[in-house]
Write a protein that binds this ligand. Structure first.
Ligand code: AYL
Length: 532
C-alpha cells in the first residue's frame, strides 16, 4: 500500500540501491564507456554533436584544463548561457574536480546576474559571445562585490578565454581529486524557496545521482529514445531531470537554445523525438495550437509536464489530439529536492501521482504540523536521498525548510487520495510561477520600493490559463504622487528578465495589510484582491 497506517505516503515502486561512494561524473562516465559511439548530445540549429565517448573525453580534458589553472574542490564556477553541447561538458568537468557548478538564467539583466555572481562567490564565468557585454556590466556593479578571476566564452569574444583552450591532457586520466559524494556539492542552482531572495541550493553528488536514478524508475528512457533538450539547463528541470535522465539511459538529447514555435515543431518532427519533457504552457501549445496539425509528430511517445500545475482539461485535450498513444506524465518537485519527488504514471488528470522510489511523503496540518489523513488538506512534506544538503550560507532558511529528522516542507498545499496519489491545490509560500519559471515577489518588491513614487508594495501572482500566474504589483503611492500603472510596468521591465515583468499589471491601493512584525499578509490580500 502507498498510504501506511500512520498516514505517511510511500512509493508504489520498490526501493532501489543508490551508491553512496560514486561521484556523479563517474557514474555517467561508466555509461559513456558502454554507449561509446552513440550520439549523446547534439544541437538542432548547428548540427554539432558529441558521442558518449567524446563527451567523456572532452569533460576530462576540460577538467584537466581547469585543474591546471588552479581550480580546486569547493571552488564555484557559473554558467550564463543558453543550451548547447559544451554546457554538458562543463558540468561534467566540474564534477570531475569537485568544483561547484552554478548557473544563471540567460535572460537575466546585468543587475540580476550580479546578485548571483556576488552571492555564489564564483571564481569563473562561462558565457556566449552575445552575452559578453552583460557579464562585463554585471562585474562593474560596485554594490555587488565579486571574486571572479577568469572569464570564459563558448566561442570567441574580446577579453574572454575561449572554452576550447581548456581542453588539456589525453582525455583519459582524471585529475586526482578526492570526492565524498554524500558530503560534497556538485551543483548550486538558485531558488527563492519559501520566502525572500534567490538562494543557492547545495545539491551533492549523491543527491543528484539518487534523483536521476529515482526519476528513471517512473519515467523510463531507453537507448533507442531521442529526447528534446529545450528546457533551460540553468534550471534544475533541464539541468538534471531532463539532461541526465537521458544520458544515464544511453539515449540522445537534442538541444534548442530557446522556444520558437516553428523550430520547436520542426525539431520534434525532423529529429523524430520520442521523449519530450516540457512545462504546462508548451503542453497547452501542443494540445491547442492550429499550426501543430501541419507537422508529423507520430514519433512522440512520452511527454512529461513539470515545474507548474498541469490543468486536468489540458491533459484531456492533449490526449484527444495525440491519438497515436502518447503517454503524458506529470512530474512534481522542487530545486531543493534535486528536483523530482512525484511522478504521475496513472494518467489521473490534475494529480502529481505517487512518490518516486526511496521517497516518503506526508500531508501536515498548517498550524499543528500533525500528519493528516487521506483527503485532508495541508502542507505537503517529503523525505528522501534527493533532499538538498542546505542553502548556501543560509542556515536559518535551511532550518526553516528542513526539520532535524529530514522532512522538507515544500510550501505547497494539497491532499492525498486513498491510493496515495497526491493532488497539489495551492501554494503556501510566496513564490510566483510564470510558465514554470520562478518569480520571487521579494525581488520585485525590493525593486519597486526603489521607485521614488512608491510608498509600499506587495507583489502577488494572479492566475492565468496560459502562463500559470502573472506577477501583479499592489502599490501604495507616496502622498501627492500621480504615477501611472504604465510607468511602473515599464520601470520593472527595464530592470528584470522578461519572465519577471508585471504582466498582471499594477493596482493602486491605500494600504498593504501586514502583521505586527511587518510581514505582508499575502493570504489576506489574495482573498481580498485576487479570489473573487
Ligand atoms: P522549482 N504541480 C504543481 N506545482 C508544481 C509542480 C506540479 N507538477 N511542479 C512544481 N511545482 C511548483 O524549484 C511547486 O510550487 O522546481 C513547487 O514547490 O522551480 C515549485 O514549483 C518548485 O519550483 C519534474 C520536472 C519536478 C520538474 C520538476 C520541478 C522543478 C521546479 C519534477 O519531473
Amino acid at each position: 500500500p502507498t498510504v501506511t497506517p500512520d498516514n505517511t505516503l510511500q512509493s508504489h515502486i520498490p526501493d532501489i540501491k543508490i551508491p553512496t561512494n560514486v561521484p556523479f561524473h563517474q557514474y555517467l562516465f561508466e555509461k559513456c564507456d558502454l554507449f561509446k559511439d552513440q550520439t549523446a548530445v547534439d544541437e538542432f540549429l548547428t548540427g554539432r554533436k558529441y558521442t558518449y565517448q567524446q563527451l567523456k573525453e572532452k569533460s576530462i580534458k576540460v577538467a584537466r584544463g581547469l585543474y591546471n589553472m588552479g581550480y580546486r574542490k569547493g571552488d564555484v564556477v557559473l554558467a550564463f548561457s543558453p543550451n548547447h553541447i559544451d554546457y554538458t561538458v562543463l558540468m561534467l568537468a566540474c564534477s570531475t574536480i569537485g568544483v561547484w557548478f552554478s548557473a544563471a538564467n540567460p535572460a537575466y539583466t546585468a543587475e540580476e546576474l550580479s546578485c548571483q555572481i556576488s552571492h555564489s562567490e564564483c571564481k569563473a564565468i562561462f558565457t556566449i559571445p552575445f552575452f559578453a557585454g552583460t557579464v562585463k556590466s554585471a562585474l562593474d556593479i560596485k554594490s555587488h562585490p565579486h571574486k571572479v578571476k577568469d572569464l570564459f566564452v563558448f566561442g570567441e569574444a574580446q577579453g574572454y578565454q575561449p572554452f576550447d583552450t581548456l581542453l588539456s591532457g589525453d582525455g583519459t586520466t582524471c585529475p586526482d581529486v578526492d570526492i565524498d559524494p554524500v558530503k560534497d556539492v556538485f551543483i548550486l542552482p538558485y531558488s527563492s524557496g519559501t520566502t525572500g531572495m534567490p538562494k543557492g541550493v547545495m545539491l551533492t553528488h549523491y543527491n543528484c545521482l539518487a534523483n536521476v536514478l529515482q526519476a528513471l524508475t517512473s519515467i523510463h528512457v531507453s537507448t533507442e529514445d531521442r529526447a528534446l533538450g529545450l528546457l533551460p539547463l540553468y534550471h534544475i528541470y533541464g539541468m538534471t531531470a531532463v539532461q541526465f535522465s537521458v544520458l544515464f539511459s544511453g539515449a540522445a538529447i537534442t538541444f534548442l537554445p530557446k522556444f520558437e514555435p516553428e523550430t520547436f515543431l520542426k525539431c520534434l518532427q525532423g529529429k523524430k523525438i520520442t521523449v519530450a519533457q516540457l512545462v504546462p504552457p508548451l503542453i497547452i501549445f501542443l494540445a491547442k495550437h492550429p499550426v501543430v496539425s501541419a507537422f508529423n509528430l507520430t514519433s512522440l511517445q512520452k511527454v512529461v509536464s513539470g515545474a507548474a500545475p498541469l490543468g486536468a482539461e489540458v491533459t484531456i485535450e492533449f490526449t484527444k489530439r495525440f491519438t497515436h498513444g502518447v503517454t503524458i506524465n506529470q512530474g512534481y518537485g522542487l530545486t531543493e529536492t534535486s528536483p523530482v519527488t512525484n511522478v504521475d504514471v496513472t494518467g489521473t488528470p490534475g494529480s502529481i501521482g505517487n512518490l518516486v522510489a526511496n521517497t516518503q511523503g506526508k500531508i501536515v496540518d498548517l498550524v499543528t504540523n500533525k500528519t493528516l489523513g487521506v483527503g485532508e488538506v495541508g502542507e505537503y512534506c517529503v523525505k528522501g536521498p534527493q533532499i538538498m544538503s542546505g542553502y548556501f550560507k543560509d542556515k536559518q532558511a535551511t532550518d526553516h525548510m528542513i526539520e532535524p529528522d529530514g522532512w522538507l516542507h515544500t510550501g505547497d498545499i494539497g491532499y492525498a487520495s486513498p491510493e496515495g496519489l497526491v493532488f497539489i491545490k495551492d501554494r503556501l509560500k510566496e513564490l510566483i510561477k510564470y510558465k514554470g519559471s520562478q518569480v520571487p515577489p521579494a525581488e520585485l518588491e525590493a525593486l519597486l520600493l526603489g521607485h521614488p513614487d512608491v510608498q509600499d508594495v506587495a507583489v502577488l501572482g494572479v492566475p492565468d490559463e496560459q502562463c500559470g500566474e502573472l506577477p501583479k504589483a499592489f502599490v501604495v503611492k507616496k502622498p501627492g504622487s500621480k504615477v501611472r500603472e504604465e510607468e511602473l510596468v515599464k520601470y520593472v521591465e527595464d530592470k528584470v528578465a522578461h519572465t519577471k515583468r508585471l504582466r498582471g499589471g499594477v493596482l493602486f491601493i491605500n494600504e498593504i495589510p501586514k502583521n505586527p512584525s511587518g510581514k505582508i499578509l499575502r493570504r489576506i490580500m489574495r482573498d481580498q484582491y485576487i479570489k473573487s
